[in-house]
Design a protein around this ligand. Structure first.
Ligand code: UDX
Length: 445
C-alpha cells in the first residue's frame, strides 16, 4: 500500500520505517532538509534502538523514499500520516499550528478523484480531527476525495520499533467504512505478525484513548511517588509496597516504579493538554493537576536528599549518573536530570555527569554542567553520587572502586536502580526513593 508520512520526528520516522519494513511503499516528507539528507542515506537523526538497521534496509530496498515536495508527498500515499510536533504552550494547551499548516498544505495538493485518508498520528486534543477536516474542506479543490482519521501511536522511546511492529493494540478512529478498510489493510501485516487487537472507533474516541492512556500512566507514577513519600516517613519500602499492590491483577505491576518522576516528550505535555482540553469542555479534571504537581515535587525531592546528606552544597562536588529522561534514548525533553542539575548548580555545587548518549546535548542546555568520559569518573573527588537514569551499564559499576574515588561515600539513587546492599557493604550511605536510608552498621558515616 502507498503511504505518506509528513513529519520525520520520533513518531513519524519510526512509523515510516516500520511500515516500509512490513512491505508498504512509503514516502517521507519534513520541512527540515538536514533530517531528510540523513534519512536519504539510511540514517536516523536521533538515537532509537533498531531504527538505524531498519532504515538502512528500507532505504536500500527503495521501500522508503524522500518526497521532492508536498505535492509529490500528497500525490503518493493513499494514507497520509500527519506526524508533526504539537509543542506545549505556556498554558498547557498544545500548539496545533503545525498540524493546521500541514492540513492546509495537504488540502491544496489533494489530487482529483483519488481517495486520500488524512490520518492524525501526532497526539492531539479530542476533536482536533474536526478542525483538520474543516481546514481541508475550506482549502481543497472541488473534486478532491478525502477523509480525516485518527490513529494514535503508543510507542515508547527506547522500544519504539518493537512497540510499532509488535503493538499492544492498534486503535483507529474513522468516519466511514472506506477509511476503516484503508487502515485495516495498512495494519494487516502488523496485526498478523503480532496478533494485536484492532480497535475501530469514531475519531473523537480514538483521540481520547491516547490522551486518557498517557494521563492514566502518569497518574500511576505520581501515585506511587506519593506512596514513596509516605514510605520515607514511616519506614516502609515502596518497592515492596508496589510489588504487593501490583500482584492484584486489577492494579498490575507496570508503571508503579517510584523515582524522580516522569519526563519525556509525552507525559508532561499530554497531562497538561488533557487537563486543558477538559477545562475547555467544562470538565474539572483536577486529579491531572495534582499528578503534574507531584511529578514536579519528585524532582525537588532528589535535590533535597543531596542537601540532607551534604548540608551546604557550596563547593561540594556531585557526580551524576545518567541524564536522558529514561534509558535507551538520548532524549532530554523534560528530563528530571536537567532540573536537578540546575538546582544543584544554583546552590553552588559542581556537577559532573556521565550519560552514554545524552551528555553533549545536556551540557549545551545546562551552563556549568561538566561531563566525564566514563561513568566511574563522575565519582572522582565527589561528595555524593546521584543516579538519575537507570542505564543498564550502571549496574556493572563496582561500589568499592567508586568509594575509593570519592570524598564522601554517599549515593542518592533517584531510580532505586543500584544494589543498595552492595553499596552499603562498600561503605556507602544510600538514600533511595521511598525506602529507608541505609548506612554501614558502624554508623560512622
Ligand atoms: C510514553 C508512553 O509509554 C507511550 O505509550 C506514548 O506513546 C509516549 O509516551 P515514553 O515517553 O517514551 O512513552 O516513555 P515511558 O517508557 O512511558 O516512560 C515515561 C517516563 O515515566 C520516563 O521518564 C520514566 O522514567 C517514567 N516512569 C515510567 C517512572 O517514573 N515510573 C514507572 O513506573 C514508569
Amino acid at each position: 500500500m502507498r503511504v505518506t508520512v509528513i513529519g520525520a520526528g520520533h513518531v513519524g520516522l519510526v512509523t515510516a520505517a516500520c511500515l516500509a519494513h512490513v512491505g508498504h511503499d512509503v514516502v517521507v516528507d519534513d520541512d527540515d532538509a538536514s533530517k531528510l539528507d540523513l534519512i536519504r542515506e539510511g540514517r536516523s537523526w536521533f538515537f532509537e534502538p533498531g531504527l538505524q538497521e531498519l532504515l538502512g534496509e528500507v532505504v536500500r530496498s527503495g521501500r522508503l523514499r524522500i518526497a521532492g515536495d508536498k505535492a509529490e508527498a500528497v500525490g503518493h500515499g493513499t494514507v497520509i500520516f500527519i506526524c508533526v510536533g504539537t509543542p506545549s504552550r505556556g498554558d498547557g494547551s498544545p500548539n496545533l499550528a503545525y498540524v493546521e499548516a500541514v492540513a492546509r498544505e495537504v488540502a491544496r495538493s489533494l489530487p482529483e478523484g483519488e481517495f486520500r485518508l488524512v490520518c492524525e498520528k501526532s497526539t492531539v486534543p479530542v476533536q482536533t480531527g474536526e478542525r483538520v477536516a474543516q481546514v481541508i474542506a475550506r482549502e481543497a479543490r472541488p473534486g478532491a476525495d478525502w477523509e480525516v482519521a485518527s490513529n494514535p501511536e503508543f510507542l515508547r522511546e527506547g522500544s519504539a520499533v518493537v512497540d510499532t511492529l509488535d503493538p499492544d493494540r492498534v486503535v483507529v478512529g474513522t468516519a466511514s467504512e472506506r477509511g476503516l478498510a484503508a487502515l485495516r489493510e495498512l495494519y494487516q501485516p502488523i496485526l498478523e505478525r503480532s496478533g494485536a487487537p484492532f480497535l475501530a472507533t469514531d475519531r473523537a474516541t480514538a483521540e481520547l484513548i491516547k490522551h486518557a492512556s498517557n494521563a492514566f500512566l502518569a497518574t500511576k507514577i505520581s501515585f506511587i511517588n506519593s506512596v514513596a513519600r509516605v514510605c520515607e516517613r514511616s519506614g516502609a519500602d515502596v518497592e515492596l509496597v508496589a510489588r504487593g499492590m501490583g500482584l492484584d491483577p486489577r492494579i498490575g505491576v507496570h508503571f508503579l516504579k517510584a523515582g524522580a518522576g516522569y519526563g519525556g516528550s509525552c507525559f508532561p505535555k499530554d497531562v497538561a493538554a488533557f487537563a486543558h482540553r477538559s477545562r475547555e469542555l467544562g470538565v474539572d479534571f483536577g486529579i491531572l493537576n495534582e499528578v503534574a504537581k507531584i511529578n514536579h515535587e519528585a524532582r525537588r525531592a532528589v535535590v533535597d536528599k543531596v542537601r540532607d546528606a551534604l548540608w551546604h552544597l557550596d563547593g561540594k562536588r556531585v557526580g551524576m549518573l545518567g541524564l536522558s529522561f529514561k534509558p535507551n534514548t538520548d532524549d532530554l525533553r523534560e528530563a528530571p536530570s536537567i532540573d536537578v542539575a540546575r538546582d544543584l548548580l544554583a546552590d553552588g555545587a559542581r556537577v559532573v555527569a556521565y550519560d552514554p548518549v545524552a551528555g553533549d546535548l545536556a551540557a549545551r542546555q545546562v551552563p556549568g554542567l561538566e561531563l566525564a568520559d566514563k561513568a566511574a569518573e563522575v565519582a572522582d573527588g565527589a561528595h555524593a553520587l546521584v543516579l538519575m537514569t537507570e542505564w543498564a551499564e550502571f549496574s556493572d559499576l563496582d561500589p568499592a572502586d567508586l568509594r575509593s574515588r570519592m570524598a564522601y561515600p554517599i549515593l542518592v539513587d533517584a531510580r532505586n536502580a543500584l544494589d543498595a546492599e552492595a553499596f552499603v557493604a562498600a561503605g556507602f550511605t544510600v538514600a533511595g526513593v521511598g525506602r529507608p536510608v541505609r548506612a554501614p552498621a558502624d554508623g560512622s558515616r
